[in-house]
Write a protein that binds this ligand. Structure first.
Ligand code: D54
Ligand code: ZN
Length: 278
């Protein structure tokens, strides 16, 4: 089993990164591979980010040495959102049906996690984000319609989108993980502008549902030192607390955002004035 380790990069060092170095540190290019679980361990808030893509056989969440325990969930919690066809997740013996765009929260100590697809012709793709945990909370499915739903943005500024908060206080109790999905309307390409930072929480964005030739220009960096990453469908961007995270697509798209850190207050953002962006 392989897991990629990403060390943290100081913002003063990042100012000097060329394109390739920026991508090597902040972009996760491969998340889904048929019949496999691919994982990246990032030292920003110790987020483990990955993808599980079962096809005609179940695939099991491995326990890489990087997590330092004899079970992946011994001291961690896990969020999964299915961006593929219908599937199931077996957690410590119980089977949970997880449909397209449904989420599953798996609590600390829940046991072995096994992913399955209902139909090999339309495999499930479970996008995974895990954070360290200190308490065992209930493992639950959060169907898309049970998520907190917010309609934000405007057609005139090309940013009409629906935000669904799945793992958030009030909907699903977790230790630190917060996770949801934002869907852009056709004709809307901008997310999260005006942008923000939240130094007490790290975030990761998975872009998906783009045509093979479409791209998102993801904006990152300190507000006074912005950089961009050219991102294809089903690729993820690591966003340290000091970095803005925003983007514009060549077509509409969806993305999953997930956070770990000191608080779970979604509204706790430091808004960046447009005049401060460079
Ligand atoms: O801290 C919160 C996150 O950056 C995202 O939830 C923003 C987002 O989904 C959006 O603007 O569409
Ligand atoms: Zn944010």
């Amino acid at each position: 089993m392989t897991i990629e380790i990403r060390q943290v990069a100081h913002p003063e060092a990042v100012r000097g990164f060329d394109t390739e170095t920026l991508r090597r540190h902040f972009l996760i290019e491969r998340l889904f591979s048929p019949g496999e679980v691919l994982l990246t361990y990032s030292h920003i808030d110790r987020l483990v980010v990955g993808g599980a893509m079962p096809v005609d056989a179940p695939v099991t969440l491995p326990t890489p040495k990087a997590v330092g325990t004899d079970a992946f969930l011994a001291r961690r919690e896990l969020g999964a959102i299915n961006v593929g066809g219908p599937g199931r997740v077996r957690v410590g013996g119980a089977v949970h049906a997880v449909g397209p765009r449904d989420a599953l929260y798996v609590g600390m100590g829940a046991g072995e996690v096994v992913f399955e697809s209902d139909d090999a012709a339309s495999p499930a793709k479970f996008y995974l984000v895990s954070t360290p945990a200190h308490a065992a909370h209930e493992t639950v499915v959060i169907p898309a319609e049970r998520a907190n739903r917010m309609e934000v943005g405007d057609q005139a500024t090309s940013n009409r989108r629906t935000i669904r908060q799945y793992i958030i206080p009030g909907v699903c109790t977790s230790c630190q993980l917060v996770m949801g999905l934002t869907q852009l309307e056709p004709g809307s390409m901008w997310n999260t502008m005006p942008c923000h930072t939240h130094d007490r929480r790290s975030e990761v964005y998975l872009y998906f549902d783009l045509d093979p030739n479409a791209r998102v220009l993801h904006l990152m960096g300190e507000p006074s030192e912005t950089r961009h990453l050219v991102v294809a469908s089903e690729q993820a961007v690591l966003s340290p607390g000091w970095s803005i995270h925003s983007g514009v697509g060549t077509s509409h798209y969806a993305f999953i955002w997930a956070m770990g850190g000191d608080n779970q207050d979604y509204t706790d953002m430091d808004m960046v004035a447009m005049s401060a962006l460079r």
